[in-house]
Design a protein. Structure first.
Length: 223
């Protein structure tokens, strides 16, 4: 999948412009940047449900895009919601894998309705659906916001173990998450998307890099 010179505006306000990124299979990318910089917008464009004002996305494969917001059909159980999702998509549901994921993530929804789930349980449900989809491209919007540390470690292990099967792109504003999981970090600002291989020594060194980038951009604008 390749994004070429993407630009997006809302009410004549620039979100970002001239974004070009090539996403390779077998790699995990984090879209990293401050809140409001356009991370969710970029994921929506990559998924094809939002058009850029200019630029193109080419080489699109089968994608699944999961946003960390309210789950529709909250009066269903988790099992009902998963079954209906895969029926709608006309994709076979791997029930053995579902059972394995439930166990690995300590996800025990029983017959509880989704509306009764905690935020963490809803986040786990999103992640389980993402893995069950077996899509060629996973697009995940802030997927770890309400995930506990144990589940984050499990999800990280699964993503790394299976990364050669797909391209994984997720957004985050948390440097520790970007550092621990990414092969490449896409630092997004309104003027560019800088793709950096994750060779940082720590989350702190990543933060320092970003701060230096931000200071450099401010200085450049003043000149």
């Amino acid at each position: 999948m390749k994004a070429d010179k993407l630009s997006k505006y809302y009410n004549n306000q620039k979100v970002f412009s001239d974004i070009s990124i090539k996403f390779e299979k077998g790699k995990i990318y984090s879209i990293f940047g401050k809140n409001g910089v356009g991370k969710t917008t970029l994921l929506n464009i990559l998924n094809g449900n939002l058009k850029p004002d200019s630029g193109t996305v080419t080489g699109s494969l089968e994608t699944i895009f999961l946003e960390n917001n309210t789950v529709p059909f909250e009066f269903m159980t988790a099992d009902e919601f998963i079954d209906e999702t895969f029926k709608f998509k006309k994709v076979p549901l791997d029930r053995d894998l579902k059972k394995t994921l439930y166990s690995a993530l300590q996800f025990n929804p029983e017959e509880k309705l989704i509306k009764e789930f905690s935020k963490g349980m809803k986040s786990k449900l999103y992640i389980i659906i993402a893995f069950l989809s077996k899509a060629e491209v996973l697009l995940l919007d802030e997927p770890f916001t309400d995930i506990d540390l144990y589940s984050f470690k499990v999800i990280t292990a699964i993503l790394r173990a299976e990364k050669n099967e797909r391209t994984t792109i997720f957004s985050t504003h948390v440097s520790k998450i970007a550092f621990e999981l990414s092969d490449y970090i896409v630092y997004l600002s309104e003027d560019c998307a800088k793709v950096v291989e994750n060779q940082f020594a720590s989350a702190e060194s990543l933060e320092n890099y970003v701060l230096e980038e931000m200071v450099g951009k401010v200085a450049h604008k003043k000149v």
